[in-house]
Ligand binder design. Structure first.
Ligand SMILES: *[C@@H]1O[C@H](CO)[C@@H](O)[C@H](O)[C@H]1NC(C)=O
Ligand SMILES: *[C@@H]1O[C@H](CO)[C@@H](O)[C@H](O)[C@H]1NC(C)=O
Ligand SMILES: *[C@@H]1O[C@H](CO)[C@@H](O)[C@H](O)[C@H]1NC(C)=O
Length: 367
């Protein structure tokens, strides 16, 4: 099959959509101060096929059910908030927001969590999504709500219940019947050792910009990371961009190469969704190269400074960027399927059109 040719029109369509999405919200940064709280002004356009009231008739309590579940689950295990947020990131950056991350057998799925680049997605987050799906199926008398929509809602609610901003989530995504391959994952998710030029290269391919990169990286305000993701900054020689006191802390956690321990991504307020992640960067206390370089590099430095000073600015941009990210290469209408089990494609379904999925798989990255 001539993959390059069959892919072209779809990529063009995606590019136009993403351009359209990119044009509206960016004026946000230059809005006068009095508009700071008006989230509706800054929200990007909703992708064709999605809407805010998609389940109004078919399952009117869908959002409430997800919210109640996440509220309860995050209260019992705050670490789950980071897990659910990360699942949605990974889903959208690898092959589009189609719940392929959940498929057992996908390179990012439960069956292959060790796939490079070390996704360390939490089993409890996968389980939570399936539990929510089961609850929704009972409530809505059938498989009505897609796993990809559950991921998007659970991510938003995780942000809210750990102290972050709320934002409206367009709904109506459908689930892919396709696994993400290890190759998709490798090209889609840059390593924590990436610097800003590499990160920008990846996000620009999917229609995101500097402000999106910096705001979405703020998801690192909650959650943990393995020593293996940053030990190259400590040994054999310390990365000079790490502040001396923070270097001491890191070496305490990870005293030598190959030690299997974890550390908070945001040591100031590890379980609270706030702007302290940026305060850390300004103080040269970012954990990954991909974090700290956002402040080192002139292309993103001012945005980091602004978010460090104004949590309101960060929250506003985060909502905008999440809505943009959450609409990357979505399946809608009669595309894909509503999975009956988020970990497996529906029995007997013919995998739907390879073409769009491959087109989507080309592009994505980060987190
Ligand atoms: C926010 O913006 C929307 C859309 O322009 C407008 O309808 C609404 O009245 C504004 N709300 C406030 C509180 O300014
Ligand atoms: C990360 O992935 C690489 C390559 O597959 C592997 O060698 C390494 O052990 C993994 N590290 C962790 C912490 O899983
Ligand atoms: C869902 O699919 C996974 C992967 O195939 C399987 O292990 C699991 O048992 C299924 N769950 C149910 C409730 O059928």
């Amino acid at each position: 099959m001539d993959r390059a040719r069959s892919r072209a029109p779809l990529l063009a369509a995606a590019a136009i959509l993403l351009l359209a999405m990119a044009s509206a919200p960016l004026a946000a940064t230059s809005e006068p101060e009095e508009n700071v709280d008006n989230a509706s002004l800054q929200q990007p356009p909703v992708a064709p096929g999605l809407s805010f009231d998609f389940y109004r008739r078919s399952c009117p309590r869908a959002e409430t059910i997800v919210r109640d579940f996440v509220k309860d689950a995050v209260r019992r295990d705050i670490g789950l908030a980071a897990g659910l947020l990360r699942l949605h990131f990974h889903d959208c950056f690898v092959q589009g927001c189609d719940a392929s991350v959940l498929l057992d057998g996908s390179a990012t799925g439960p069956g292959e969590q060790q796939a490079p680049p070390n996704l360390t997605l939490r089993p409890s987050a996968f389980k939570a999504i399936n539990d929510i799906r089961d609850r929704l199926e009972r409530e809505c008398r059938g498989p009505v709500v897609s796993c990809s929509d559950i991921l998007a809602l659970a991510a938003r609610d995780s942000v809210v219940f750990s102290g972050g901003p709320s934002y409206p989530v367009p709904l109506g995504r459908r689930d892919s019947a396709h696994f993400a391959t290890p190759q998709d994952v490798l090209s889609g998710l840059p390593a924590p050792s990436s610097t800003v030029p590499g990160l920008l290269n990846v996000v620009r391919r999917i229609g995101l910009d500097e402000a999106d990169l910096v705001a979405l990286s703020g998801g690192h305000t909650i959650g943990l990371a393995h020593c293996s993701s940053f030990e190259d900054r400590l040994f054999p020689r310390p990365d000079p961009t790490i502040s001396p006191s923070f270097l001491g802390q890191l070496k305490n956690t990870c005293p030598a190469k190959g030690v299997d321990r974890r550390r908070e991504l945001d040591f100031r307020t590890p379980n609270r969704f706030d702007n302290k992640y940026y305060v850390n960067l300004v103080n040269r206390e970012g954990l990954f190269v991909s974090d700290q370089d956002l402040f080192t590099n002139g292309a993103t430095r001012n945005i980091v400074g602004r978010f460090a000073q104004s949590q309101k600015d960060f929250f506003r941009q985060f909502g905008v960027s999440m809505v943009k990210m959450g609409q990357i290469n979505v399946l809608t209408g009669s595309q894909g399927q509503i999975r009956r089990n988020c970990s497996a494609r529906n029995p007997g379904t013919v995998p739907w059109s390879d073409v769009l999925v491959e087109a989507a798989a080309e592009s994505l990255g980060l987190f």
